[in-house]
Ligand binder design. Structure first.
Ligand code: GDP
Length: 197
């Protein structure tokens, strides 16, 4: 599929504001600053696509993008732990995220973005356990892989793989770099399977 053929659809704070729950959707999740916007931009070949999620007032919204003549949607979930919002706002976002994850029938897969230097923080483990128990497919992008040697990146990937095995979670794990275009082919292959193209 041509992932460059993508357009912003809408933002939503709560599940009722989301677009109709039909077709196939893949949600990108991650801790704030992990590299989620950069990953979405690099996978779609757009420099500023995911920037919307960073504009003031939109940081706590789910941003929906429609792909290639409505083959599917990509959802940019708010970055977890965004420092500039209050605890109360974070708690409300957590509630909305839980609701979205539990109620969204078109949600087929989760792409979890983790900084390769700081993987598997509590938020990541919670997302993985939830996604796995809900039967969603999981792609883990270990971003900023260019910050480590190839060897160290592979070692981290192996550690993450071992932890997931212990927790009985199955996922595709890919070292990824938005700046050096590493891991894009594996990520596209995963998305192609989900969108059945
Ligand atoms: P988000 O908050 O998860 O959306 O994170 P961003 O995509 O905004 O990235 C956070 C910071 O990490 C920015 O300064 C990016 O330039 C940097 N960054 C993101 N991805 C990469 C990467 O693959 N390699 C390197 N070296 N830096 C990255």
């Amino acid at each position: 599929m041509n992932y460059q053929n993508i357009e912003f659809l809408t933002s939503a704070e709560t599940p009722v504001q989301c677009p109709p729950d039909i077709g196939r959707e893949v949600a990108f999740a991650g801790r704030s600053n992990a590299g989620k916007s950069s990953a979405i931009n690099s996978l779609t070949g757009h420099k500023k696509l995911a920037r919307t999620s960073k504009t003031p007032g939109r940081t706590q919204l789910m941003n929906f993008f429609v792909l290639d003549d409505e083959v599917g949607r990509i959802v940019d979930l708010p970055g977890y732990g965004y420092a500039k919002v209050s605890k109360a706002v974070q708690a409300r976002w957590q509630e909305n995220l839980d609701l979205y994850l539990r109620s969204r029938a078109s949600l087929m897969a989760i792409v979890l973005i983790m900084d390769i230097r700081h993987p598997l923080k509590p938020f990541d483990l919670a997302m993985l356990d939830w996604s796995s128990s809900a039967g969603k497919d999981i792609l883990i992008l270990l971003t900023k892989a260019d910050k480590l040697s190839r060897n160290a990146a592979q070692q981290t990937a192996a550690k993450v793989r071992a932890t997931l095995k212990q927790r009985n979670v199955s996922a595709t794990i890919v070292p990824f770099s938005s700046t050096e275009s590493t891991g894009q082919n594996e990520a596209w292959a995963f998305l192609d399977t989900i969108f059945d193209v």
